[in-house]
Design a protein around this ligand. Structure first.
Ligand SMILES: *Cc1c(COP(=O)(O)O)cnc(C)c1O
Length: 431
């Protein structure tokens, strides 16, 4: 298959780099080895240079010198302040996003809050492309609610299957959302295939039948623009260490639409979500607004270094990021079709750029071994996802077109030279 927009040679990649508006952002990241092609920014984003300065400042000055006074100066409001910055990437006004905990814990809090707001409905709808941790949290919430009500069939989780494991048939999904649905919850971009959901259509359908909608933005925030407020999204969660480059274990965030905030309750009644934590009252009373979804002390070091990373993304226009991401993934799909499909690979991502996030998966029966050779011998870091997908994540702020070309060329060589046959099938723990 050919696409006349692109050409197969390295020269063409250089031409695309020359025309790239965002090329200058690459300098804002620590790149120790320019020959190492990092295609896993959708799992752990690169380190922004400014995060080093920020974390040094926080450790040496704010903690080392100012000690507990820093809570008043700069720390106490940081979950809300940083939440408001992330909100700008999500099309959300201030006071609706707060940084806290991990995505999994935030999902737990918002799912239980949603179920409390729809007590008489019987179902949660999700799908088989969703991230396993999200499905585990949903299973746990259903289990808890059924134990609590003493009725094993009080609530169920319906996981709509994807036929090809790549995309979701919209009519099938929309049809499953009915007047017994309490909550619909999906990943905005599927973690394995990169499939991008139609947030507007699905949100509208949920609302037509009186259900609530909760989107997991982990794989879309920072690369896919969205309008949470305008589209009427109720609830959302997401992590900050992928395209937001917040760093390993950086805290996640959650969004609750303004109009729901006084009706929604966190199931974790901690002091940071209390209305007056430092009054040390004996009884819990939720704080006003989004703050009620905090639980305990925020992880200040990683929160504040993450804040610096968010500020960097805000300097680049999210629409420009999306344009580059679509062009780059399309270029990658073109190279895969031309150079890798003849070697036994298949595309495991949507073909239409508008239905893709910023990563592309390719499938091969020896994917695990090929992925190992790429990391051990070829200076390419993608990641492997069971059973036979290699994910190639393109981060528009630091991935170059030249790297995309070189990565495909190195993958091609691994297969042509049969280098992968020296590696066992046995899995390591991460990637
Ligand atoms: C990465 C990711 C997460 C991460 O969850 P944590 O609890 O923050 O580790 C959750 N959901 C999705 C869809 C993800 O892609």
């Amino acid at each position: 298959m050919t696409n006349s927009k692109f050409e197969p040679g390295l020269d063409f990649a250089h031409q695309l780099d020359t025309n790239d508006d965002l090329a200058s952002f690459r300098k804002a990241f620590v790149i120790q080895d320019p020959n190492l092609i990092y295609l896993d920014g959708n799992s752990l984003g690169r380190l922004p240079c400014r995060s080093i300065d920020r974390i040094n400042q926080v450790v040496e000055r704010e903690w080392g010198e100012q000690l507990i006074r820093s809570w008043n100066a700069n720390w106490y409001q940081s979950p809300q302040r940083t939440g408001d910055k992330i909100a700008q990437l999500l099309g959300a006004g201030p006071g609706q996003v707060v940084v806290s905990d991990s995505t999994s814990v935030n999902l737990y809090k918002l799912v239980l809050a949603a179920l409390e707001m729809r007590p008489n409905r019987k179902r949660i709808i999700s799908d088989s492309l969703n991230f396993p941790s999200d499905l585990y949290i949903l299973e746990g919430c259903v289990h808890l609610m059924n134990e609590r009500s003493g009725n094993k069939s009080h609530l169920s989780l319906e996981i709509i299957p994807s036929e090809d494991g790549i995309s979701m048939d919209s009519p099938t999904l929309l049809k499953a959302i009915d007047d017994q649905t309490a909550l619909v919850t999906l990943s905005h971009v599927a973690y394995k295939s990169g499939y991008l959901y139609d947030m507007v259509a699905i949100t509208d359908k949920a609302h037509q039948v009186g259900a609530l909608i909760l989107w997991d933005l982990s794989h879309s925030a920072g690369v896919v623009p969205m309008e949470l407020d305008r589209w009427g999204v109720d609830l959302a969660v997401g992590c900050t260490y992928k395209y937001l480059n917040g760093g390993p274990g950086a805290p996640a965030y959650l969004y609750v639409r303004q109009g729901l905030q006084e009706l929604a309750h966190s199931p974790i009644w901690g002091w940071f979500g209390q209305h007056l934590p430092f009054a040390f009252e004996m009884e819990y009373q939720p704080a006003k607004g989004i703050t009620r979804f905090l639980a305990g002390s925020p992880p200040i070091l990683s929160l504040l270094s993450m804040e610096a990373a968010i500020e960097l993304i805000l300097e680049a226009d999210i629409w420009k990021i999306r344009d580059k991401s679509k062009l780059m993934t399309s270029y990658l799909v073109y190279l895969v079709d031309n150079l890798l499909v003849p070697l036994g690979f298949t595309l495991a991502s949507p073909r239409i750029a508008d239905r893709r996030g910023s990563h592309v998966s390719i499938r091969h029966s020896h994917a695990y071994q090929i992925n190992r050779v790429l990391i051990e011998e070829m200076k390419v870091i993608p990641d492997f996802r069971e059973p036979e997908d290699i994910r190639l994540g393109l981060a528009p702020l630091y991935t170059s077109y030249r790297e995309v070309w070189q990565a495909v060329d190195r993958i091609r060589r691994v297969v042509v030279e049969e280098r992968y046959t020296r590696y066992p099938f046995k899995r390591l723990t991460v990637t």
